[in-house]
Design a protein around this ligand. Sequence first.
Ligand SMILES: [Zn+2]
Length: 262
Amino acid sequence: MASELRTLVELSRTLGEPGRDLVILAEGNTSIRTGPDRMLVKASGSQLGTAAGEDFVEVDTRIMLDLVNDEAAGEDDVERVFGELSRGGRRPSVEAMLHAICLSAGGASVVGHTHPVPVNIILCSPHAERMSSDVLFPEQVVILGRKPVFVPYMDPGLTLARAVQREMLRQIELDGAPPKVVYLGNHGIFALGESAAEVLQITAMAVKVSRILAGAITVGGVRTLSENEVARIDRRPDEIHRRQVLAGTWRSAGRPAGGSHA
Ligand SMILES: [Zn+2]
């Protein structure tokens, strides 16, 4: 677990760097798989930018998923169960249920949840759903997949967790693969990575997409790629190769590839 904890602390501090403008104060949280049904997740109230080992608690993801899947469970049950999971005065954030969903149904190994300013400008606007529906440029598809999940604003806690799980399962059924990113209306994003480096790449690409989308709207409108163009990018041998090279770089060096394919 020591190496997973180190990875998670490093990822959290990176996501929390003030210059990235992804979170302030105690916003956001991170998690990493530590076993088939285990995860380390940030404790409520601690800050990503100054994260240390004691800011994370290890929990059984099945406990979270049982709450989400038990239709009779309510917020009182969440309060009781999360209280029981507290260790040394640290308890998981209520968003830990979303992390459990991303690590189970979403198939991720590492998850980063942030509230990036440029992304939230879109997610707090009438254009929010376009973060998921509009494909603007090829790299967006390579890094974020063909169809990110969008969930409109809902009460944080069980209501939101159930909606995210429902949308994620629907997307997997439609696309045959889990999403790389989940956009939450009026809230923020979840990046679902195979590694910490992939979480950083997904987050950076979501920020880029949001900036370009906002800019295009202000200069007269958005010209999106068609479904055929998107499908073509997804199947092009050079794009498949690029995706594999990126994935290989993430695994071998633990850091995202620096250059663009151009
Ligand atoms: Zn949040």
